[in-house]
Design a protein around this ligand. Structure first.
Ligand code: SAM
Length: 271
């Protein structure tokens, strides 16, 4: 019975292809690729001549039929631009549809930025949570981070250099000054892993222009963290909500719930 191979590709360094991944890409009859031009560079490097079809965010539903047609007569491989397909990349819909069609799914292990950053971070790896890309809109970002405030597991995020400053400041505002590792340009020439507290990275990126691909690994809430926030943190959280246009009553309730401060004191603060 034909199979759908899920084949990870390098996240920067072309050498991060396994021997098996190269063989499978040579043997399948079709490769479904997020961007055929990107994948063509990889295939040329490894002298792979298998036909390519595009499978990306905007055509992924229309393309299912073509891929299932191909699967009737032979194996197909799914690749994304970098790393593991389906991890913040197209793949999920194809894989679930293929399972429903009774297609055998064969995943190959390989390059993935989240796992590489996690193991290099020095944070606990026994239990972690992958959160993908945080939302872009600041109010949504804040809600997203607030929902994680009690998360004890190590958290892994993808982020772009354009949004990293905002994301770091919202993380610091809501989590307090937690340890973080930022893995930048993994497997590439300018690979760098910055470790410190959130405020250290905020200071770093105030002085340095953020560049390149980055993955964040943030320490979960320590078991013994004191629930009460200091006044600076309470004021910052309240001010941020009010600046976002939130009603005072709503903002006070939310900050009170998070911080342990009583509502009356928050109401009376001159913010
Ligand atoms: N499927 C990929 C994987 O398995 O890692 C992730 C694709 S997602 C569209 C791209 C994001 O992954 C980047 O914005 C960055 O956050 C992270 N990333 C990809 N390559 C990276 C690298 N070389 N170093 C650090 N982070 C990287």
């Amino acid at each position: 019975m034909p199979a759908l191979y899920v084949v990870p590709t390098p996240i920067g360094n072309l050498e991060d292809m396994t021997l098996r991944a190269i063989r499978i890409l040579k043997e399948v009859q079709l490769i479904a690729a997020e961007d055929t031009r990107t994948t063509r560079v990889l295939l040329d490097h490894y002298e792979i001549t298998t036909p390519l079809i595009s499978y990306h965010e905007h055509n992924k539903l229309q393309r299912l039929e073509d891929i299932f047609q191909a699967l009737e007569s032979g194996d197909v491989a799914l690749v994304s631009d970098a790393g593991m397909p389906g991890i913040s990349d197209p793949g999920y819909e194809l894989i679930t549809a293929a399972i429903e069609h009774g297609v055998n799914i064969i995943p190959l292990p390989g390059a993935n930025a989240a796992v590489a950053a996690l193991v290099a971070s020095g944070m606990p790896t026994d239990s972690f949570v992958f959160m993908g890309f945080p939302p872009r809109k600041t109010s949504h970002l804040r809600q997203f981070v607030e929902a994680l405030v009690d998360e004890k597991r190590t958290m892994v995020f993808y982020e772009s250099p354009h949004r990293i400053r905002t994301t770091l400041s919202v993380l610091a505002e809501i989590f307090g000054d937690r340890p973080i590792a930022l893995a930048r340009e993994l497997t590439k020439m300018y690979e760098e892993i910055l470790r410190g507290n959130l405020t250290d990275l905020i200071v770093h990126f105030a002085e340095t222009q953020p560049r390149g691909e980055m993955t964040l690994v943030v320490r979960g809430k320590p078991e013994d963290e004191i629930l009460l926030w200091d006044e600076t943190r309470v004021r910052a959280a309240l001010a941020a909500r009010l600046a976002d246009g939130e009603k005072r009553s709503r903002a006070v309730k939310a900050v009170s719930d998070e911080s342990g401060w009583d509502r009356r004191t928050l109401y009376d603060m001159d913010i």
